[in-house]
Ligand binder design. Structure first.
Ligand code: SF4
Length: 357
């Protein structure tokens, strides 16, 4: 499918300027089709028992269909267009053409008075029987409606927002439609939003990692239990609305506000709290929010320090043992040397005295 917007953009990209020419085909009544009532204009509305009418706009169409369903409409031919003004008022029409009177006049100028000359089908081929769609659905019991409202998260009357986002005017109507099998329970934006918020609240509340949410003035907007513990705070009220500088060095937050980047797993020592943390900071520019995640790695760090201590002590002991061994070797060597020298002197003397005799 190619929209007018896309067609115009494509012609522009190829530097094609279509030549404007008037088309004078008087046999072109069907060109009224993209306007409200355009189909009726091409019809021979000759059955006096019928009412012929054109409806446009989704709201009017829905009301009309409800009237038909309720059995209040008979002997009528209704041309319905979801878009106000029909196709020429459609969602992908070029925005600069959104002028209903001008648009209709433009279509009317090019539409002729007579039908296009086309081979006409046999009249019987154009007849089709439809089943009557009107039916009276059974109204569910009050108990069932209330139970369904509960499942939709509407526990109290004030939970029933009646916002109409789901296509039903009231939450009660929507509950009835669910029970009649016409609607899906999940089709309620406020309910889905609340569910998602509760879900993310549960995750934030129970996360083992500290979570802080700041606005772009670096004021604390949210803080979870784990963050309170890391920052030695008693309750969220002790910091909510205050500048983050009260509890953390704002350097990294200011840097992120300036660059729009993020920091991941930066390990640092919070001397004030005698804790090591691994810090992740992300800036959500769209919502002007900064998310800070703090993972308490104090135990991990002290384990590491302990291991380093043990290996340093082991090295020192090994060094001392080697030193001592070396000293002993040297002492033994010098004793051996002395003994060897003394033996040599004694033997030399013995040799000389034997020779003299
Ligand atoms: S979208 Fe939800 S809150 Fe709004 S009317 Fe429908 S059921 Fe009620």
């Amino acid at each position: 499918m190619l929209t007018f917007d896309e067609l115009s953009a494509w012609l522009k990209s190829k530097n094609i300027v279509p030549e404007k020419k008037l088309d004078h085909d008087d046999n072109s009544k069907a060109r009224f089709f993209p306007t409200t009532g355009g189909i009726l204009k091409t019809m021979a509305m000759e059955n006096p028992e019928y009412t012929y009418m054109a409806i446009d706009g989704t709201k009017n169409c829905i009301m009309t269909l409800k009237e038909i369903e309720a059995g209040n409409v008979h002997h009528a031919f209704i041309e319905m267009s979801a878009c106000v003004g029909s196709c020429i008022g459609g969602p992908v029409m070029e925005k600069f053409h959104a002028a209903p009177v001008k648009d209709y006049a433009a279509v009317a100028r090019y539409a002729g008075k007579n039908d296009f000359i086309v081979e006409q089908p046999d009249r019987t081929e154009t007849i089709k029987d439809f089943n009557i769609i009107e039916h009276q659905s059974r109204l569910p019991s009050e108990y069932d409606i209330k139970e369904t409202l509960k499942q939709m998260g509407k526990l109290k009357p004030e939970d029933e927002l009646n916002c109409g986002t789901c296509g039903y005017d009231t939450c009660r109507e929507k509950a009835i439609a669910i029970l009649q099998g016409k609607a899906d329970i999940s089709m309620c934006l406020p309910f889905l939003k609340e569910k998602a918020e509760n879900f993310s609240d549960t995750i934030t509340r129970n996360s083992p990692n500290g979570i802080l949410v700041l606005n772009d003035s670096l004021e604390v907007q949210q803080v979870n239990r784990a963050a309170l513990k890391i920052l030695n705070l008693r309750s969220a009220n002790d910091i909510l609305g205050d500048l983050v500088v009260r509890v953390l060095d704002p350097g990294d937050f200011l840097k992120i506000l300036g660059t729009g980047g993020s920091i991941h797993d930066k390990r640092e020592y919070l001397a004030e709290y005698r804790k090591y943390v691994e810090k992740t900071i992300v800036y959500d520019r769209e919502y002007n929010s900064i998310f800070c995640l703090l993972r308490d790695v104090t135990e991990e760090e002290s384990e590491k320090e302990k291991r380093e201590d043990i290996s340093r002590q082991t090295m020192e002991i090994a060094d001392r043992v080697v030193d001592k061994q070396m000293r002993i070797v040297q002492e033994i060597a010098s004793l051996l040397g002395e003994t060897a020298a003394e033996t040599k002197i004694a033997l030399t003397k013995l040799k000389e005295s034997i020779k003299d005799e």
